[in-house]
Design a protein around this ligand. Structure first.
Ligand code: ZN
Length: 170
């Protein structure tokens, strides 16, 4: 599979494609046709507002010959390399990464938790009453609580007490 990496320089956008001609057509369609799902994306809004012409510059051409999955992964990896090289997410109009490694995801989650520590703590402190046994538990622990022996034991006791009471009543 052959593909190329291109850049829309005026807006600092990196893309990759196996067919540059049809990719340009698609960009133009997305930019100027309200029926396109991406019509209101930042990229096209900006291009329309600035009256720019979509003229990609091809930066490199690659050829990979593996399975379909392998080829796709290589293409995304290489595209991601250029996205980082030109910093097109922070300083351009790419809105998503082409490739995200497991390590990056872990690092990102860790960072997200650090940034949102207060919110997470607050959420974890919310107390709820278990419907089965009546115990008070942290909201975030309730699912785990429902599986505990303690909850099952109290629940079963309550049921047998109810049965017993019903029998007594009769
Ligand atoms: Zn319970």
């Amino acid at each position: 599979m052959k593909f190329c990496i291109y850049r829309l320089r005026q807006v600092n956008y990196i893309g990759s494609t196996v067919n540059i001609k049809s990719r340009i057509k698609k960009h133009k369609f997305s930019c100027h046709n309200k029926k396109s799902v991406q019509y209101y994306s930042e990229l096209y809004k900006y291009i329309r507002a600035s009256g720019l012409t979509i003229k990609p510059k091809i930066y490199a051409t690659y050829e990979v010959n593996g399975t379909k999955e392998f080829n796709h992964k290589m293409r995304m990896l290489i595209e991601q390399y250029y996205i980082e090289k030109y910093d097109t997410i922070n300083n351009g109009l790419n809105c998503v990464r082409a490739f995200t490694s497991a390590k990056y995801k872990r690092e990102n989650t860790r960072q997200w938790k650090l940034n949102n520590r207060d919110r997470i703590n607050k959420r974890q402190r919310i107390k709820v009453k278990c419907e089965k046994c009546g115990c008070i538990s942290n909201k975030c622990n309730i699912l785990r609580h429902l599986k505990t022996n303690k909850c099952k034991r109290i629940y079963n006791n309550n049921i047998s007490n109810n049965i017993y009471e019903t029998k007594e009543a009769n």
